[in-house]
Design a protein around this ligand. Structure first.
Ligand code: ATP
Length: 423
């Protein structure tokens, strides 16, 4: 059996290696065997940095994760169905999963799970590239378990399912296939692609939460736009939702978004993806993906941003303070998504003016400064601050001294009453 201990030592840092050995030692005390499995093995063999560690445990007990957490000075942070435990130790995320065999009662159903061998655990996985494991046990540390010649797909760059019903059993694998293919620069193996195309309608069988999670993982990828384009080519995008379609303009806007350094890329992508949708299509999508309130807000605000700057009630140029007033407080991702979707139009210019400049403008004077100037306490202070902001936004005043003169003129205050700094 091939031993890849040297590869693991090259791709994992010392802390991870220590943790893996520590986990194996605790498992042995509990009579269990541990294997590094899935993406970590794939990435190690590809010479990529291994970040997440997934460990399959044959002979999982309920005490074992607690014992591991204690040995690593960490803690169990989550326990999910199918005996999967998430641990955090020394800042590292570790998943301990019971090795299992699965059967599906019907398409899209959660699998029926029983404890299994490592062979059974590998056979239930999505693609050959994810179906290898490495023993962590003392005495066999580093032994590669590759029952399906998965290394050959890794070498030739193929994403291949393990059996013909794979996408029908669990259609989230459709999104996963595109994600791995684009991320790793791999090709969908011809028969796998055929099966995938024939199974896109099975995306309907997936629960909103699972579909959302896989869709968000797509949007979080570095090459999310290419994955979306691939999903569209495969006919999968419209099976997620009929209104999800990438026109050339949408693709362009998504690419411009991807090049920006915006912090919440999934929200920005969603804004662009929903930009041309009708209100009811957007509501359906929000429902289908059970989006959280943050993303709901982005989707709902996207159309609002457009209509707010489109509606030119003044008949000519819209004043800068008017643009500010209309967009103030609106979701940032929605405004940016709207601007990127609008290309070089006047609307886009207004939106970018708001994002880049107007929303950062504030008067130099504060309420206390106005009182010091002699403005009487009361609602007039707030109204004057609003007037100051408006005058600043419209470029009518530029300096603190301008603001002081503005306040004096507005309130008929004598010049001698000024007590605040005038620089
Ligand atoms: P990434 O590299 O994006 O972090 P990963 O390859 O580690 O992803 P995860 O989604 O973290 O994948 O899942 C861990 C492993 O569990 C996968 O490598 C795969 O073997 C298996 N797996 C995950 N989802 C499925 C699924 N829907 N069907 C079958 N196996 C799956």
């Amino acid at each position: 059996m091939k031993n890849i201990a040297a590869t693991l030592e090259a791709q994992l840092d010392n802390l991870s290696l220590c943790q893996l050995r520590g986990i194996a030692a605790v498992a042995e005390v509990h009579g269990a065997r541990t294997y590094l499995a899935g993406g970590a093995v794939r990435d190690a063999l590809l010479g990529l940095q291994v970040s997440d560690v997934d460990i399959a445990v044959v002979g999982m007990t309920s005490e074992l994760p607690i014992g591991v957490a204690q040995a690593l000075n960490g803690r169990v942070v989550a326990r999910s169905q199918f005996n999967t435990f998430s641990l955090i130790a020394s800042g590292r995320h570790i998943d301990l999963t019971m090795a299992r065999c699965e059967t599906y009662a019907h398409s899209g159903a959660l699998p029926t799970v029983l404890p299994g061998t490592i062979r059974q655990d590998l056979a239930r996985r999505d693609f050959t590239i994810n179906a290898m494991a490495v023993s962590l046990s003392t005495g066999s540390f580093g032994e590669l378990i590759d029952l399906l010649n998965c290394q050959s797909d890794l070498k030739t760059g193929m994403v291949r399912v393990l059996h013909d019903d794979s996408f029908k059993d669990d259609a989230t694998r459709i999104l996963r296939a595109a994600r791995y293919a684009v991320r790793l620069g791999f090709t969908l193996e011809a028969h796998t692609e055929h099966l995938l195309r024939g199974a896109v309608s099975y995306l309907d069988t997936i629960s909103p939460a699972r579909l959302r999670d896989e869709f968000m993982r797509v949007l979080q990828e570095g090459r999310a736009v290419s994955i979306l384009e691939m999903l569209q080519c495969l006919g999968a995008l419209r099976s997620i939702h009929p209104a999800l379609a990438l026109s050339p303009q949408t693709s362009d806007a998504l690419r411009r978004a991807a090049q920006s350094d915006y912090a919440e890329m999934p929200a920005l992508f969603l804004s662009i993806l929903t930009y041309s949708m009708t209100e009811s299509e957007k509501a359906n999508l929000v429902e289908r993906l059970q989006l959280n309130s943050r993303l709901r807000q982005t989707v709902q605000s996207t159309g609002l941003a457009r209509s707010l700057v489109q509606d030119d009630r003044s008949g000519g140029d819209v004043r800068r303070s008017e643009i500010y007033r209309r967009l103030k407080g609106l979701d940032e991702a929605a405004i940016l998504g709207c601007a990127l979707s609008e290309g070089d139009s006047v609307m886009a210019q207004r939106l970018m003016l708001y994002l880049n400049e107007l929303r950062h403008i504030t008067p130099a004077l504060k309420g206390t400064d106005l009182l010091a100037l002699g403005v009487p306490q009361g609602p007039e202070v707030g109204a004057l601050l609003d007037d100051l902001l408006e005058a600043r936004l419209d470029g009518k005043i530029e300096t603190r001294q301008d603001e002081i003169s503005f306040v004096r003129a507005q309130c008929n205050l004598p010049a001698s009453k000024e007590t605040c700094r005038t620089s």
